[in-house]
Design a protein around this ligand. Structure first.
Ligand SMILES: Nc1ncnc2c1ncn2[C@@H]1O[C@H](COP(=O)(O)OP(=O)(O)OP(=O)(O)O)[C@@H](O)[C@H]1O
Ligand SMILES: [Mg+2]
Length: 300
């Protein structure tokens, strides 16, 4: 397999914000808006987001040091945790108090930093569980097989199509436990797409993924945007962030401390201070051994 020459240069979306760029800057077409979202664990304030907007049909990276509150913020936005205060809306609809399951049905889906594939189920069964359209699960309908049989076949066909796209179709009858870490990440992403989401939130999609799979994972993320979806992802690999993100939001100590175009944001002293610290000269992509980019020489 040839490597670098194959990766196409992503088409970046621009003109996403309105007015002066600062933390909390308004977006032209926000898909998600959060206001005053705070989450405390005992004496620790893990998330303290004054205002943030996520631009529609773009790829936004959420970066920040370990413990900045990125995963907690994901949990709050997707109904897996409840904030002490704050409001947030998706497509103009408030999500406060909406359960994770309903949030997924509304078109907002997330993956986990530590993959949640169920090892003792097959790859196909994991995919089917991702669907929010399982009529058979509803009691009344389950008594009448003709109501769910056709739907079940449709779900299986959709699952197979996605597995083929993610090159996991040959493994459909294997237990998820037999997959490599990277394949499990791919399965999680494929499963997330079963709900035909509008906004896909990925928590460290590249962590633990073998370099051989990173390129296809990057392409999959870029394809989501091409298909009209919005992506918000957490990532520590700055190469990947620069390569695919249209917009970057920086969190530190629970707060949004900077936002902007990836190249501009990484020059921001507040970001270097909060995130890159003394490692600013390090090539984080090389450190993690993940990717070599065709644009590398131009990044100075
Ligand atoms: N359930 C919990 N109970 C207590 N403290 C928690 C809990 N979840 C998170 N925290 C704390 O909240 C802070 C933010 O954690 P979080 O996992 O959101 O950070 P993160 O930005 O995702 O970090 P990383 O990059 O390491 O994944 C940390 O100090 C963490 O220890
Ligand atoms: Mg995290």
């Amino acid at each position: 397999m040839s490597s670098n020459d194959k990766s196409t240069k992503p088409v970046k979306s621009t003109g996403l914000h309105v007015g002066e760029i600062k933390p909390g800057v308004a977006k032209k077409d926000p898909i998600l808006i959060a206001d005053g979202v705070r989450r405390q664990f005992g004496g620790l304030t893990a998330v303290d987001v004054e205002h943030v907007e996520i631009p529609r049909n773009a790829i936004t990276a959420l970066i920040g040091p370990n413990g900045a509150g990125k995963t907690t913020f994901f949990n709050l936005l997707t109904g897996f945790d409840t904030p002490n205060e704050g409001s947030w809306s998706f497509n103009g609809k408030s999500l406060a108090g909406v359960s994770a399951y309903k949030v997924a049905r509304m078109g907002l889906i997330r993956t986990f930093q530590l993959t949640k594939a169920l090892g003792l189920l097959t790859v196909m069964d994991n995919m089917k569980l991702g669907s929010t359209e399982q009529v058979g699960e509803r009691l009344r309908a389950s008594i009448f097989p003709f109501l769910w049989k056709k739907k079940d076949e449709e779900i299986e066909a959709q699952a197979l199509e996605l597995l083929t796209r993610f090159k996991l179709d040959a493994k459909k009858d294997d237990y998820a436990a037999s997959l490599s870490g990277g394949q499990r990440k791919l399965l999680e992403m494929a499963r997330a797409l079963m709900t035909r989401p509008e906004l896909v939130m990925l928590d460290e999609p590249m962590a633990g993924v073998n370099p051989a799979l990173t390129e296809s994972l990057l392409d999959h993320i870029l394809n989501l945007k091409k298909e009209g979806m919005t992506v918000l992802f957490v990532e520590h690999d700055m190469h990947m962030v620069r390569h695919i993100a249209d917009w970057v939001i920086v969190m530190a100590e629970g707060k949004v401390v900077a936002e902007g175009d990836p190249y501009e944001v990484m020059k921001n002293p507040a970001v270097i201070d909060a995130y890159l610290g003394s490692h600013q000269d390090l090539d984080l992509g090389t450190v993690t051994g993940r990717i070599t980019l065709p644009t590398q020489g131009k990044e100075k």
